[in-house]
Design a protein around this ligand. Sequence first.
Ligand code: SF4
Length: 467
Amino acid sequence: MSEDPLTSSTFAERARVQLAKPFLREAVPRATDIAVRDLRERFAGHDYDGLRELGREIRARTMADLEDALATLTDALVANGIHVHHAADAAAAREHIRRICRESDATRVVKVKSMATEEIALNPALVADGLEVTETDLGEYVVQLDGDRPSHIIAPIIHKTRAEVRETLSRVAGRELPDDASELTDFARERLRDAFMDADVGISGANFGVAETGTIVLVTNEGNGRMCTSMPRIHIALMGIERVIPTLEDLSVMLPLITGAGTGQLITSYVSMLSGPRGEGEPDGPEAMHVVLLDNGRRALLGTEYQEVLHCIRCGACQNVCPVYRQVGGHAYGWVYGGPIGAVLTPLFLGTEAGGELPQASSLCGACDDICPVKIPLHDLLLQLRRTRVDDGAAPWRERLAAELWAWAWSSPRRYRVVTRIGGGVVRVMAAAGLMSSLGPLGRWARGRTIPTPARRPFHSRGERDV
Ligand code: SF4
């Protein structure tokens, strides 16, 4: 098994590796800018903020009574002839899926892009069971062929050049493929068509599960979602328990929010609503359908100060606007989720030991709050995680000492004045001598930007005299 990047390296180390890739620093901002621009253009003239507020209200109402919503969903799924399995953690979810594959005598599996399956590290477990697993989203297919990992929730190969994709697909083709996006796509489509035809099991995630109708909703832009869920004998959907929404009416709000925030579309090319296996006399659809409801740390967040992170619909918009993510890309975060949502989810799901430093990887500019379609206060959650890390004693001693000294110095007006006068003087002298880059830990920050020199007379002291 490959080394876990989260525990074997620090964020700074991983970020340095990513920052050395000039293409990444050009491609990620370019691609994410397009998504943000499209979102603004598509919703210009509409009350998008009002829609976000409705979305926030639906998510908050559902999470306030999550068990009730899940019970309704389970009853409706079962009434539709769907088998429901509950998984407390990643291992239990993997085991459910492996067992279903075993009991169906499956040898080949096709998959729709799903962050939940990444979260439970499903593919290696299935491969270890001797199953042939094929990712069928184009980006995920390339990631799988390369033994790589997705770096964005919506756009898994945002970090790859077309030349790299061509190289990978040419290797599979056994010949040099032309440097043309549509020809490369045609090649992948041809290969994947065979995989759909031969598959026994199709595995998907679930963008939403509608409780009142027992419907699993998939939002995709490639036809692979429909092929995976209708062609194989068995369909398994892995759904995080928080993805439940109460009604179809709620879905009419959530759909434009996820497609708009995710890809800047009013609606994606395919919206599949799956409400059971193939019925009698129906020409297509799976013989059996299973839904695995994944907890994996979600229930533990209910009733805590972090509950609002469960409102997330994994649209990736916060990644698109995050100044840190846009420079370092998703792999620097070390686990499945990158950007602001990853900096919140990773320590909550894996514990502060593994992901505790990620909330520091934020400028706290609040751009993520402003774009989140369900108004999750990511900025507050990041701050709260920083506080928890200090309270738990997990922050490095230097960081704790600095915070304690800072709090001591700035909690009295007299000490504040003394410290800012001394600090301002030191910075002025260092700036005049061109030594800002030697200013301890601040030096690294000063190397990339010009730090304004503090005024000789602090602003508040001028105010005092004028009053
Ligand atoms: S936190 Fe908000 S913006 Fe980020 S992925 Fe989740 S729903 Fe989208």
